[in-house]
Ligand binder design. Structure first.
Ligand code: ATP
Ligand code: MG
Length: 379
């Protein structure tokens, strides 16, 4: 069964129990564009407890917002009760959400016309001209962009993100409202801004979206982003294949390994972006191939126009990890190494094996280890 067929089954089950249900949001947009959606979201007139009663495998993943995750044969679907959002007093989160409203109300709260369509039984419910805007390849808000960006400034970053992903342009009013209200992005949790910005960097038209960000002055409200920095990233010929690659371009041109810190992405991502930026500078050698994570190495190879895969390069190494070394901490203790010498000894042996100066076999590693240890203890 395809994802669409599972979604249909959920909708039919809800219908037989007297509820309305539709496929909504990004999945409808992607369907009309002829692309496969990442995930299919469903909106329904039923309340969360009613949804949970209909589907034995369901999890209340966002009950405050009316969301239940229904699982069919291990495939998860978010099923959300039609809702409207109350006033936004802080440009971030609605003060309250109301469940039990109509489909129309639910569509009205959505950000862009292309994201505010519903699909049911072969019919598209399109209350705000989303289909027309898709055809014209233009990003337009549901209602006044000033009001909608005032309510939730994250929508500004989302507009640029969709621009990059779809290669669409911004409607004139959306441009003006972004320019006027861009400063409100500073009130949004950085994690949420960063996720949209990262999606932007992964979009095929990211250079166009970054140029628009610059033209409308939005970069001023993004941490550590300056006009020259964005210009360098736009001018760079390399196209990132994964988030590490995208962020690394900024780290590289900013020439600051800590550049990513205020964006509040994971420490792992921050570390890998810094590693990749260094590779851009220094190139590869045996050690960096050995030490660099496959994903990071893959970004480096692709962005440098090299056709080998990360796995191929790693496979050519004498060992893939320290676990494969025929000499470990226990062996080091056994020959009498103690304290910090243990770590140094292991690093020394590992280096020789990687450089192919020593075969990875117990006897020769132990002999070299003993020689090194005698020498180290003397000095
Ligand atoms: P993707 O394919 O990247 O998941 P998407 O359109 O599904 O894109 P989501 O962030 O998953 O984007 O949001 C799902 C839907 O929820 C959107 O299509 C839109 O209708 C609505 N939505 C999401 N964020 C907002 C927001 N900040 N303001 C208004 N509506 C939103
Ligand atoms: Mg989605």
């Amino acid at each position: 069964m395809t994802e669409w067929e599972y979604a249909k089954r959920i909708i039919e089950t809800i219908n037989t129990h007297g509820g309305e249900a539709y496929i909504v949001g990004g999945a409808v947009r992607d369907y009309m564009l002829g692309t496969l959606p990442d995930d299919i979201d469903i909106a329904t007139s039923l309340f969360p407890d009613e949804v949970m009663r209909l589907f034995p495998k369901s999890v209340p993943t966002g009950i405050d917002h009316g969301t239940v995750t229904v699982i069919l044969d291990h495939h998860p679907f978010e099923v959300t009760t039609f809702r409207s959002e109350g006033t936004y007093s802080d440009s971030r989160r609605p003060d309250h959400v109301s469940l039990g409203v109509s489909l129309e109300e639910d569509m009205k709260r959505r950000d862009f016309t292309m994201n505010a369509m519903a699909f049911h039984d072969g019919n598209v419910v399109d209350l705000f001209g989303g289909r027309m805007d898709l055809e014209a390849r233009v990003i337009r808000t549901v209602g006044s962009p000033y009001e909608r960006f005032n309510e939730d400034a994250l929508r500004i970053m989302r507009a640029f993100r969709f621009m990059a992903q779809l290669d669409f342009r911004l409607d004139d009013d959306v441009q003006r409202a972004s320019e006027a209200l861009g400063h409100k992005l500073q009130d949004i949790a950085m994690e949420r801004v960063a996720i949209e910005f990262e999606k932007l960097l992964m979009g095929p038209a990211y250079r166009k979206a970054l140029t628009a960000i610059l033209d409308l002055g939005i970069h001023q409200y993004l941490p550590n982003v300056t006009e020259p920095l964005i210009r360098r990233v736009i001018a760079d010929k390399r196209t990132p294949i994964n988030p590490v690659g995208g962020w690394a371009l900024f780290v590289y041109y900013a020439d600051a390994p800590d550049w990513l810190t205020p964006w509040k992405r994971s420490n792992a991502l921050k570390r890998e972006a810094a590693v990749l930026a260094r590779l851009f500078d220094k190139g590869l050698d045996t050690f960096t191939i050995y030490e660099t994570k496959t994903e990071t190495l893959a970004a480096y190879l692709d962005m440098s126009g090299r056709s080998e895969t990360a796995e191929q390069l790693k496979r050519q190494l004498p060992i893939q990890s320290r676990q494969e070394l025929c000499f470990n901490g226990r062996d080091a203790l056994h020959i009498g190494a103690r304290g910090p010498l243990i770590k140094q000894l292991l690093a020394h042996v590992e280096r020789l094996v990687l450089e192919r100066k020593l075969a990875n076999e117990p006897e020769s590693l132990r002999k070299e280890a003993e020689r090194w240890l005698r020498h180290a203890e003397k000095s």
